[in-house]
Design a protein around this ligand. Structure first.
Ligand code: PLP
Length: 408
C-alpha cells in the first residue's frame, strides 16, 4: 500500500499487493518451503498449492489446467509465446503480424525472430490507438503463422478488438497471441470465447507480486521451450517453481474474477470524474486514445502547448504526494524522446514527447480524485509561462499553433 500522505495513481506500472494476496503467500515464504517436485509431505504440499493456483488462473481466463505455464514475468511470457512458436515452426517460411504499439517485451522478440529469418509486419493504429481488423486481413499471407496483438495498451489504456482479431486468425488457421498483461483481471477476457491461442499475463499488474506471470498455450499449439532443464511445467519452462509467487498470482486471479466488475465500475466513475475535472480546470487538456474503449481506470492526458513538459508535471505532482507517470515505466528513462506509441497514433514529434498518465486501481477512492483536482491547478499554473513560450516558438517554426494530430 502507498506510504502515508501518498496517493498512488500509477497502477499501470505496477499495482500494490492486495493484503489478501500477501496473506495467501505468507505460508509459502516461511513454513511451507517444499520443492513441488519432491515426493515427501513438504513437496506435496507445495505441489498442491501450485496446482490450486493453476485452477484459479484457468477459472479467470477460461483455459484448461494443462494449458497454463507459470513464468517469471509478463516479459518472459511474451518472449516465450513468440520465440517458442517460431522455433517450433522455423523449418518453413514464417511470417508474423504484430502492431506498431506493442510493449517492448513483444517488439524486441519480434526483432529477434526477424534476425533469425522470420518476416514481421507491423500493423498501424488509427488516431484512437486501435488496430483495424481490415488491416489485419490485408496483411495475412499464405506463410503467416502467428499474429500477436496486445489486448490493452500500457501507455494509452486503449483496448484492441481482440475477439474480432481472434476470429480472423481462427478463420485463416493462424495462431493468435495476445499480450494481456494490462487487460487480465481488469476486463473480461476468455481464451475460448476470444479465439486466443496464446495469452500472456503478469501478477504485478493485478495486485499480485512482481516476478511471476503465466503463458497460456492452448492444446495442440506448436511450441518449443526456451528454458531447458528439469522439465517442470510440462517441459515447457524448466526451473523450480516460484511457489509463493505462483500462489500470489492464483490468489490475485481469484480476487479479480470475483471483484472485477465492481472494481471496473468504481474505477470508471473515478476516471470520468477526473477527466471532466481536469478538462474543466485546464482547457488545453486532451484525452489521448479512444474515449471509451479503454481500461476502466486508465487516463492519458496531453496538454496542448506544454507537451514537452510532462516530466515537470510528474515531478511537481510527486512533490505534492501523487504518483503518476508520463507513459510507460519501462521507457521513463527515455522521457525526452518521442513515444513510439504516440507517433504511431499520428501525433507530431513535439506532442509525442510527453503526456500525463493517471492509472487507477482497486484501492483508489473518489476522495483521492477530489484531492487531485484540488491541487491540480498548482501544477498547471507552474507551466503557464512555458505554455505561452511553446505556443510562440511553435508559431515561429511552423507558422501555426499546430494541430496535435497529423491524422485522426
Ligand atoms: N506487456 C505489457 C502490455 C506491459 O504493460 C508490461 C509491463 O509493463 C509487460 C508486458 C511486461 O510485464 P513484466 O513487467 O511482468 O515483465
Amino acid at each position: 500500500m502507498p506510504g502515508p500522505g501518498r496517493i498512488y495513481f500509477d497502477n499501470a506500472a505496477t499495482t500494490p499487493v492486495d493484503p489478501r494476496v500477501a496473506a495467501a503467500m505468507q505460508p509459502f515464504l516461511y513454513g511451507a518451503f517444499g520443492n513441488p517436485s519432491s515426493m515427501h509431505t513438504e513437496g506435496l504440499q507445495a505441489r498442491h498449492a501450485v496446482e490450486q493456483s493453476r485452477q484459479q488462473v484457468a477459472d479467470l481466463l477460461g483455459c484448461n489446467l494443462s494449458e497454463i505455464v507459470f513464468t517469471g514475468s509478463g516479459t518472459e511470457a511474451d518472449n516465450m509465446a513468440i520465440a517458442g512458436v517460431f522455433r517450433a515452426l522455423q523449418d518453413r517460411p514464417f511470417h508474423l503480424i504484430t502492431s506498431a504499439i506493442e510493449h517492448p517485451a513483444v517488439l524486441e522478440v519480434c526483432r529477434y525472430v526477424a534476425a533469425c529469418g522470420a518476416t514481421v509486419s507491423y500493423l498501424p493504429v488509427d488516431g484512437n490507438g486501435i488496430v483495424s481488423p481490415d488491416d489485419l486481413v490485408q496483411a495475412i499471407r499464405p506463410e503467416t503463422r502467428l499474429i500477436s496483438i496486445m489486448a490493452a495498451n500500457n501507455v494509452t489504456g486503449v483496448l484492441q478488438p481482440v475477439a474480432e482479431l481472434g476470429r480472423i486468425a481462427r478463420e485463416h488457421n493462424i495462431l493468435f497471441h495476445t499480450d494481456a498483461v494490462q487487460a487480465a483481471g481488469k476486463t473480461a477476457i476468455n481464451v475460448e470465447r476470444h479465439d486466443v491461442t496464446l495469452l500472456s499475463l503478469s501478477a504485478h499488474k493485478m495486485y499480485g507480486p512482481k516476478g511471476v506471470g503465466a503463458l497460456i498455450i492452448r492444446e495442440g499449439t506448436p511450441f518449443s521451450p526456451l528454458i531447458l532443464g528439469g522439465g517442470q511445467e510440462g517441459n515447457r519452462r524448466s526451473a523450480t517453481e516460484n511457489v509463493a509467487g505462483i500462489v500470489g498470482l492464483g490468489a490475485a486471479c481469484d480476487i479479480c474474477r470475483r471483484e472485477m466488475a465492481d472494481d471496473a465500475a468504481r474505477e470508471v466513475r473515478i476516471r470520468e470524474r477526473l477527466i471532466d475535472g481536469v478538462q474543466g480546470l485546464a482547457p488545453n487538456a486532451y484525452l489521448i486514445g479512444h474515449r471509451y474503449r479503454r481500461l476502466p481506470g486508465h487516463i492519458y492526458f496531453g496538454f496542448q502547448g506544454v507537451e514537452g513538459e510532462a516530466i515537470k508535471m510528474l515531478l511537481a505532482l510527486d512533490e505534492l504526494g501523487f504518483a503518476v507517470s508520463t507513459g510507460s515505466a519501462c521507457s521513463s528513462h527515455k522521457a525526452s524522446e518521442p513515444s513510439y506509441v504516440l507517433s504511431a497514433m499520428g501525433f507530431d514529434p513535439f506532442c509525442a514527447r510527453g503526456a500525463l498518465r493517471i492509472t487507477l486501481g482497486r484501492f483508489n477512492t473518489e476522495t483521492e480524485a477530489d484531492r487531485f483536482l484540488e491541487i491540480f491547478p498548482k501544477t498547471v499554473s507552474g507551466l503557464r509561462s512555458i505554455q505561452s513560450y511553446h505556443h510562440t516558438t511553435k508559431e515561429t517554426h511552423n507558422g501555426t499553433t499546430g494541430n496535435h494530430f497529423t491524422h485522426a
